[in-house]
Design a protein around this ligand. Structure first.
Ligand SMILES: Cc1cc2nc3c(=O)[nH]c(=O)nc-3n(C[C@H](O)[C@H](O)[C@H](O)COP(=O)(O)OP(=O)(O)OC[C@H]3O[C@@H](n4cnc5c(N)ncnc54)[C@H](O)[C@@H]3O)c2cc1C
Ligand SMILES: *[C@@H]1O[C@H](CO)[C@@H](O)[C@H](O)[C@H]1NC(C)=O
Ligand SMILES: *[C@@H]1O[C@H](CO)[C@@H](O)[C@H](O)[C@H]1NC(C)=O
Ligand SMILES: *[C@@H]1O[C@H](CO)[C@@H](O)[C@H](O)[C@H]1NC(C)=O
Ligand SMILES: *[C@@H]1O[C@H](CO)[C@@H](O)[C@H](O)[C@H]1NC(C)=O
Length: 510
């Protein structure tokens, strides 16, 4: 009887372990950021974060911080079902705005404050985030941890480049304060920490006096871009990027620069919101492209036509802006958000895979030409591939910014590359079919493309937009000396390695 009870209890214990739940990305069930986690904490203060980490540290329990789960693959945690998540969403105070006479200032943020929240808070007080942005409702600390960035060769646009100080809860549950010092190895580790030094609990962030910008867009022939000087084309702008439509052999070039603050206009951008009927039409067409290329090329033509008009409304009247250029407040134009009567595409079950790497901008056109060759080869073997994403293939840029694990550092190891003029980022999102095993038309193409670029160029992975396999393949392109320096700092902050992640394991810094 006792033996039987014991067997039953053991069975129960196992069931509890086996039913540890996945922790999902913003895409929801079926899209794990972590496969198995034991518990999700939702603290409301920095002190609570400290005590959760202290407790976890005492028992050697793995911990990861999470903002809004705005990442693409299962690389947030390690594959350890004891892992606990500290969700930072409710620790989101914004305070202590200080503006200097030179139009620069600073603000204090807690871990969970999102770009949207901070931008609105600053705008009400005559300040702005400047150009250190990413494209959505993402926590600023999460973006800082993972080296996220916008697109500029003229201005710093990696989010962490605007950090002036951090309070990090380290692996012993201590709150460690760091001040900006670009010559200090600890600081250079903290500005792309991958969450491996601990929870970024507070950030002192550099801000600018609020300003207005224009956004403009041109259509270019593919041949012209593939032969062009990308540095010359992009560097005159505070923000600029291309969207590539390979089936049509066209590019959109989007550019932004400041205009006088007296300039009329309150344009508001949307990149991800759609109506339900738009979403259903797109979903039907794109799903039918799982086993046939024709609907994919048709979708691309429709997306291209829609994307040629401004994806902007007048914020006051909510009416569509029909002509380029458009003008408005910095954050509204550079990023914007959701239109009030629409939802983000993933809320209508439109999902995507992505793949993003950085290469030196001086090799940019060479990379694009190599991708063109791969598209041509796929077409010649009767399996043509094109862009299946609403805004095409995104080509972004980054001014050099030094951090040990940053995508735009000039540090190189065995694989050389001249990063002194900055980086080009190749970001290839693609529709994830809702049908079958979710593989894309000519699935093999996407893997070959990634492997080819990683093997033939000094490509560095974006830390949340690449699969485990892509990160594994990219390790050879990273600077071993910088990885070793990072590992030393990590060991000081977190000797037991409780903040471990799959990314940290793959790059060998655990
Ligand atoms: C729709 C969309 C648009 C995007 N646009 C861009 C873009 O324009 N440019 C760009 O570079 N990236 C972009 N990204 C990627 C995004 O910036 C990163 O994935 C970012 O890390 C997500 O932040 P999050 O707050 O949602 O964190 P989560 O997804 O919850 O976490 C991401 C990683 O950061 C760690 N982390 C989170 N918070 C903390 C913290 N406080 N302290 C320590 N570690 C922490 C987590 O453990 C995890 O490893 C985009 C992603 C999506 C889904
Ligand atoms: C502290 O850790 C123990 C053991 O891991 C756990 O049982 C307990 O719930 C934790 N306490 C808090 C407040 O998280
Ligand atoms: C932004 O994220 C927060 C927290 O997840 C959510 O409550 C809010 O609705 C989101 N806003 C938009 C515009 O998606
Ligand atoms: C670098 O910064 C850390 C943390 O602030 C500090 O402990 C260390 O002494 C600094 N190192 C140097 C060489 O200044
Ligand atoms: C494509 O083919 C696969 C394998 O035969 C199948 O599972 C899937 O449902 C098909 N997709 C569509 C949209 O018919």
């Amino acid at each position: 009887m006792v033996a039987l009870l014991n067997r039953l209890l053991l069975g129960l214990a196992f069931t509890r372990l086996a039913s540890a739940v996945p922790y999902n990305t913003y895409d929801g069930p079926g899209f794990p950021a972590c496969h198995d986690v034991a518990r999700v904490y939702e603290p409301t203060t920095v002190n609570e974060i400290v005590s959760i980490v202290k407790n976890a540290s005492a028992s050697g329990t793995p911990v990861r911080a999470s903002g809004n789960g705005h990442m693409w693959y299962d690389t947030m945690c390690s594959d350890d079902p004891r892992t606990v998540i500290i969700r930072t969403e409710r620790v989101n105070r914004i305070f202590d705005l200080q503006m200097g006479a030179n139009g620069r200032g600073s603000v204090m943020l807690e871990a969970g404050a999102t770009f949207t929240q901070v931008a609105e808070w600053l705008h009400e007080r005559g300040a702005s985030l400047g150009f250190t942005l990413v494209n959505w409702n993402i926590s600023m600390a999460g973006a800082i941890a993972m080296g996220a960035h916008r697109s500029s060769l003229g201005e710093d646009s990696q989010v962490s480049s605007a950090a002036l100080a951090f309070d990090i809860v380290n692996g012993k549950g201590e709150l460690v304060h760091l001040d900006r010092d670009q010559k200090n190895t600890t600081w250079l580790a903290a500005t792309t920490s991958l969450g491996l030094l601990g929870v970024i609990a507070r950030v002192k962030f550099e801000v600018l006096a609020d300003f207005k910008v224009f956004a403009n867009q041109q259509i270019l022939d593919e041949d012209d871009v593939l032969k062009s000087d990308l540095f010359a084309a992009i560097s005159p702008f505070v923000t600029a990027n291309y969207w590539w439509w390979p089936g049509l052999k066209k590019f959109h070039l989007r550019t932004y620069n400041p205009v006088p603050i007296t300039r009329a206009g309150e344009a508001f951008q949307n990149t991800f919101s759609v109506t339900e009927s738009e979403a259903n039409t797109a979903k039907g067409l794109l799903n039918s492209g799982q086993n046939s290329s024709i609907p994919n090329f048709l979708s691309e033509s429709i997306f291209f036509t829609l994307w040629s008009a401004p994806n902007f409304r007048d914020k006051r009247t909510n009416s569509a802006l029909l002509l380029w250029p458009v003008h408005g407040w910095a954050y509204d134009v550079l990023i914007g958000g959701l239109y009030p009567d629409q939802k983000p595409q993933w809320d209508f079950d439109l999902r995507a895979y992505t793949f993003e790497i950085a290469v030196p901008v001086t090799m940019g056109t060479q990379v694009l030409r190599r991708v063109r060759q791969l598209f041509n080869e796929a077409a010649l073997s009767f399996k043509p591939v094109t862009s299946t994403y609403r805004s095409g293939i995104n080509i972004k840029f980054g001014k050099p910014f030094d951090s040990l694990l940053g995508q735009t550092t000039e540090r190189t190891g065995i694989v050389k590359g001249d990063w002194s003029k900055g980086a080009m980022m190749f970001d290839f999102p693609s529709f994830r079919p809702n049908t079958g095993d979710h593989t894309r038309y000519n699935e093999q193409f996407y893997h070959k493309l990634a492997t080819t670029l990683i093997n033939e160029f000094p490509a560095r992975p974006h830390w949340t937009k690449c699969t485990r396999s892509v990160i594994q393949q990219s390790v050879k392109n990273l600077d071993a000396a910088s990885l070793a320096e990072f590992k030393k700092v990590r060991q000081q902050f977190d000797p037991k390695g409780i903040f471990k992640s799959v990314v940290g394991e793959i790059i060998g810094v655990m």
